[in-house]
Design a protein around this ligand. Structure first.
Ligand code: SAM
Length: 295
């Protein structure tokens, strides 16, 4: 399938104004993400580490969805949405979700994931900077741009394009790799020269073998988003402590806060991450910086 600009539409079109998730959950719960990442029906919760790492992000998304779509589903565009780690759960909640991604293999995996979950996600192959041409203006109540600005050739152009795609009153959810955290993680691993390099390199890279082309600080991310004309909102730190402790510790279900072990370590760490996410100093140390911005 091909749209007017020649981009392949890799997945099925959205259903005709479907208003209820197929499992019968009410669309009124549009702001509450499913607490799992597995295909529908497996009955399994995500492992503790995955749950902890995503909790702050989903909380922030829930809040913004409650604000922009209090009564029902919204139009969500996930630019660089990849295999649908966010798109599919949002579709499960009843939102109309479009993923625009440059990688056709990722879109094929997205199709499979959506099919397994029993939901429809529209997939469009294309570049983030062409978002306005691909989808038109005022196409989205919410645009997700998660872990993408690190990789695009022109981050400013990508943010301008997503801004143009947003409806007035809509919001953008931008997630990027944090520069300060990269220095911390390299130093903790004993790579002190790398850590120094991260802090002095304008792109926040630790060296030539660093696979991430650029990282951001709170200031560089906020400036980038503000330059597109969006109003910069809350900044959350995502994974402040979670990446500094072993997965095995997070997955333990019987250790944690309190002497009686009444809460699992994952729950205790999630509670800690939730408080630290908005701490004015700690949030800047997070592996990922999550910025909400509004049009
Ligand atoms: C690290 S993955 C993130 C996937 C997803 N957003 C998530 O958070 O799970 C980066 C994604 O951005 C896509 N991407 C990279 N450069 C792009 C560009 N210029 N335009 C559109 N998509 C791009 C890649 O194909 C990939 O799917």
């Amino acid at each position: 399938m091909t749209d007017v600009k020649g981009a392949a539409v890799a997945a099925q079109e959205k259903p005709a104004e479907r208003s209820e998730p197929s499992d019968g959950r009410r669309v009124g719960a549009v702001g509450r993400p499913p607490e799992r990442s597995e295909p529908r029906g497996t009955g399994r919760r995500p492992r503790g580490s995955s749950r902890v790492r995503n909790a702050v992000l989903w909380d922030a998304l829930s809040t913004v969805l409650d604000r922009i779509a209090p009564e029902g589903p919204s139009d969500v565009v996930d630019v660089g949405g990849g295999t649908g780690g966010f798109a599919v759960p949002l579709a499960e909640l009843g939102h109309r979700v479009t993923v625009v991604d440059a990688n056709p293999d990722a879109l094929a995996a997205l199709e499979r994931r959506a099919a397994e979950a029993g939901v429809t996600v529209k997939a469009v192959q294309g570049d983030a900077v062409d978002l306005l041409d691909l989808l038109g203006p005022d196409a989205a109540d919410l645009v997700l741009c998660h872990s993408v600005l690190e990789y695009v050739d022109d981050p400013a152009a990508a943010v301008r394009a997503l801004t143009a795609t947003l409806r007035p009153g809509g919001s953008a959810s931008v997630l990027v790799a944090g520069q300060v955290a990269a220095a911390l993680h390299r130093a903790v691993a004993g790579h002190f020269d790398d850590a120094r390099h991260v802090l002095t390199d304008p792109d926040g890279r630790w060296g030539d073998h660093d696979r991430v082309p650029r990282r951001f600080t709170r200031a560089t991310l906020s400036d980038l988003v503000a330059a597109s004309g969006l109003t910069v909102g809350e900044l959350h730190g995502v994974r402040i402590f979670a990446d500094l402790v072993p997965d095995g510790l997070i997955d333990a279900e019987t250790t944690g806060r309190g002497h009686g072990g009444e809460a699992g370590a994952a729950d205790a760490l999630m509670a800690l991450e939730s408080v630290a996410a908005v701490h004015p100093i700690l949030r800047e140390l997070a592996t990922q910086l999550h910025l909400l911005a509004h049009k």
